[in-house]
Design a binder for this molecule. Structure first.
Ligand code: ADP
Ligand code: ZN
Ligand code: ZN
Length: 815
């Protein structure tokens, strides 16, 4: 008798593999356990068992396994089925899904990992073939195991190459970076020790001339008497109806001391403030409607305006599902940007919540994995970004997809290029669980599904506390420049409104969808614009570092003083980014504390949280930022949001550009006036009559939806057509051109549906690789699976054409 197992290997391979096991191993093994197996040339991988059988493979001699790694399965059948669905639907390899699904500690324990040293600029032409392959692989994965390098180079003797790359600073060896989950720092205040003695205290109170300051100190005592707890700056300023500045002055005088307390990472129990949640009438109605809708629909959309309190409704729903003993998955676009929401939920549910966080260390992620697998109490509710979808749920009752319109739910690179919202619906189906999608600005696809009755639809048009939607004002930039009603990039209207907000002690958010100082540095004599040497884009000027930087590959150079072409010194910047807004603002309001939130200022470990906390604690008066600002932040003192330039979003060459502009502006606008007071939004634009701008201003989601849906219909886009994009990349321009033409023609001949391209995308070269895309549009009446099969067949034969072998092709379904 022979015994075999079928396994998935964590590599980008389309097939499963067969290994030989002994009879006793066979009797011990269960599907979903991991084993170490030799693969390729004496390499060891952590494989996943998906089947046991007695059929030897036809094409090769089955190898024996090295060892069994688990006592019990760590992956269940729901997952395995779901992963195969992902591989098939998103046209990627099952090995890609497996690799993406498991925390890396479960795949590759305690082994050396290398990553690229991004600080070094690499001249690829100087690399040998082997070095280039390693370097290139690191462009697609942030780090690589030496084991994978052996596989990539297809030889065992890789160490000298790696050694050389390290010496030349191109790569670094890294032990796994144990990044601890950032504890939230809250600023507290206490009386300086000196004043614990009564006489000193009395002397102090006498010495305080300012009534305001005296009041703050007295209020502090009152609070202390009531609470017997640390007192936060925020609490104190609210109680004393005072400002942060006064508290600051008292700290500077040595009367108060500041200190910080960290919120505990894993134990949420102690922050659990039992807030018996009471829904407003409108929320209660929506809640009942959702429950009703879920009786006969698998999926229901909650379309609730910003600040309508959708989170509270989800919370009520979650309570019902966990009461039934079922698991709940709460998907968010990006955990780092939603720490506020996470703390709200953990405060409510205490230790029933696990957070699956990309910033958690590997070990912590494994812990959550195991807890979910064991159906432990601490993971009845899992909050996570898209990858939480891969956890070993066995009893899911409800999946919530919050901010379902967010594009970060779609993974771009590497494969699997799945859409977490859509994959969640499929997963829920397998568990016979329900799905609630929530958004103030639903995606066209989702709203369409709701409008044709495929999904249920519940609408909530009232903000919590019946706060009015913010007042919108458009500023016509053309007119303002013409009438000289501009200071730099600020219209007088915007400046006046900022001034007014400051006078009321309120905070301001300014949105500019571009980082850096300005995107173009142009020579006024010859028109030359410095370009990235590796990508087809102009370099962005960063004033603080006095650098020109490429936002696609990270290349940077010092800002030139002369034009590289004609040597003229007459260089001018064009366009503007967050940096420039910040600087202009600092000149307009020199006493105000201005902070910038974009990729450049949030790179550091705790930088994001520091900015958010600073703004929440009202130490920061104005936050200038990119789309990071649009994501679920909830501030209670922001009365004004300014959109510096609404136009640059509108003109992206993307069929979703209008939809996304609407979503972005509406979401940013929604940050205004969230507590009790109506907020204001000022939109600066050259196109005040543009339909999207008008729809944002009038809060007219329906109007936007109808118009975009019509466009989608006549131009053959989702939801009427499915779209698949093939991206081809190669370093040789002509070869790529030829290869993509070949592929396009074969697709065109074999598919009876629209095939478009091969197109050079707006940025036709990145990191020295030229890019071409081919788009395939599949009408709803055409078989999706059949079409994908044909596409895959053609791709396989493309791979066999020897001169095109080196061209990399990636497939992106529903991009
Ligand atoms: P949305 O996600 O719909 O934009 P949120 O859930 O962030 O809205 O709610 C907006 C604000 O209103 C939050 O500060 C939240 O705490 C508060 N809020 C909403 N509903 C309630 C409720 N039922 N009781 C108390 N506070 C609520
Ligand atoms: Zn010049
Ligand atoms: Zn570049």
């Amino acid at each position: 008798m022979q015994y075999f197992i079928e396994v998935i290997i964590p590599l980008s391979l389309p097939k499963t593999f067969t290994y030989r096991v002994s009879e006793s191993e066979f009797n011990f093994i269960k599907k979903g356990m991991r084993i170490a197996v030799p693969f390729g040339k004496s390499k060891i991988y952590t494989a996943l068992i998906i089947d046991l059988h007695q059929t030897p493979p036809a094409l090769y001699e089955a190898k024996e396994i090295h060892q069994i790694l688990d006592e019990k399965p760590i992956v269940n059948e729901y997952q395995i089925n779901h992963w195969f669905w992902i591989a098939s639907y998103y046209m990627c390899n099952i090995g890609d899904v497996y690799r993406g699904a498991l925390p890396s500690a479960l795949l590759l324990e305690s082994e050396t990992i290398i990553s690229q040293n991004t600080a070094t600029f690499v001249d690829e032409t100087l690399l040998t073939d082997d070095e280039f392959l390693i370097y290139e692989a690191l462009q697609h994965q942030s780090s690589l195991k030496i084991e994978s390098i052996i596989a990539i180079l297809n030889k065992k003797t890789v160490l000298p190459v790696i050694q050389k790359l390290i010496q030349s600073n191109i790569i670094t060896l890294q032990e796994e970076i144990q990044e601890e989950y950032k504890p939230k720092l809250i600023r507290y205040i206490r009386l300086h020790e000196e004043y614990h003695q009564e006489e000193n205290l009395i002397a102090l109170l006498d010495s305080l001339k300012s009534e305001k300051r005296k009041n703050v100190v007295l209020q502090y005592f009152q609070l202390q008497a009531q609470e017997k707890k640390p007192i936060s700056v925020k609490q104190l300023t609210e109680k004393a109806q005072s400002s942060v500045a006064i508290v600051k002055a008292l700290v500077e005088k040595g009367i108060f001391e500041e200190y910080y307390i960290q919120e505990d990472r894993v134990n949420f129990e102690k922050n659990k403030v039992d807030t018996a949640l009471i829904l407003s009438e409108a929320q209660q109605k929506a809640f009942e409607e959702i429950k009703n809708s879920l009786k006969d629909k698998e999926v229901t959309l909650l379309h609730g305006v910003t600040s309508s309190g959708k989170t509270e409704i989800y919370t009520k729903l979650i309570e019902e599902y966990i009461a039934k003993g079922q698991q709940v998955l709460y998907l968010l676009p990006e955990i780092a940007l939603t720490t506020q929401l996470v703390s709200r939920l953990t405060a409510h549910f205490g230790n029933k919540v696990s957070v699956f966080h990309s910033k958690y260390s590997n070990n912590e992620r494994v812990e959550v994995w195991n807890n979910v697998n064991q159906h432990s109490d601490t993971s009845q509710i899992v909050i996570g970004a898209r990858s939480a979808l891969f956890l070993p749920f066995s009893n899911l009752g409800l999946i919530i997809v919050d901010e379902e319109h967010e594009q970060t739910f779609k993974q771009q690179d590497p494969a699997p290029r799945y859409h977490a919202r859509d994959a969640a619906i499929v997963l829920a189906n397998a568990h016979q669980a329900k799905v609630v999608l929530g958004s103030a600005t639903p995606s066209i696809e989702t709203y369409y599904n709701a409008s044709i009755g495929k999904y249920g639809l519940v609408t909530l048009t009232e903000r919590f506390g019946k706060v009015a939607m913010p007042e919108m004002e458009l500023v016509d930039l053309k007119d303002s420049y013409f009438r000289k009603k501009m200071k730099g990039h600020f219209s007088i209207t915007l400046i006046e409104n900022i001034t007014e907000a400051f006078a009321n002690d309120e905070q301001v958010i300014l949105f500019q969808n571009r980082r850096g100082f300005s995107p173009v540095l142009e020579c006024m004599s010859c028109g030359h614009v410095p370009q990235c040497p590796q990508c087809d884009v102009s370099l962005t000027y960063h004033k603080y570092k006095n650098q020109l930087r490429c936002h696609y590959c990270g290349y940077s150079m010092a800002k030139p003083t002369n034009c590289h072409v004609c040597s003229s010194i007459d260089l001018e910047t064009k366009g503007f980014g967050t940096e420039q807004i910040e600087l202009e603002l600092a000149e307009l309001f020199p006493q105000k504390n201005i902070k910038r939130m974009d990729q450049d200022t949030t790179r550091g470990k705790y930088s994001f949280e520091k900015i958010i906390d600073g703004f929440k604690n009202r130490e920061i008066d104005v936050l200038v930022g990119t789309q990071m600002l649009a994501k679920g932040l909830d501030f209670d003192n922001v009365s004004l949001v300014g959109i510096m330039n609404a136009d640059n979003m509108l003109y992206h060459p993307d069929f979703r550009a209008f939809e996304r502009s609407f979503q972005m502006m509406t979401q940013v606008a929604g940050r205004s006036g969230r507590a009790e007071k109506r907020g204001k939004v000022i939109i600066q634009t050259y196109n005040p009559l543009h339909n999207i701008i008008q729809q944002v201003t009038n809060n007219d989601y329906e109007g936007m939806f109808k118009e975009q849906l019509y466009e989608r219909k006549i131009y053959y886009y989702p939801p009427f057509y499915r779209v698949i994009r093939l991206t081809l990349k190669h370093r040789d321009f002509d070869k790529l051109k030829e290869g993509s033409m070949w592929l396009y023609q074969v697709m065109q001949q074999n598919l009876t549906i629209p095939v478009l391209g091969p197109e050079e995308p707006a940025i036709g070269r990145i990191r020295n690789e030229y890019i071409r895309t081919i788009m395939i549009k599949i009408p709803s009446e055409t078989s999706l699976q059949g079409t994908k099969k044909t596409i895959q067949k053609i791709l396989n034969s493309f791979d066999l054409v020897s001169q095109y072998r080196a061209i990399k092709v990636t497939v992106n379904v529903d991009f």
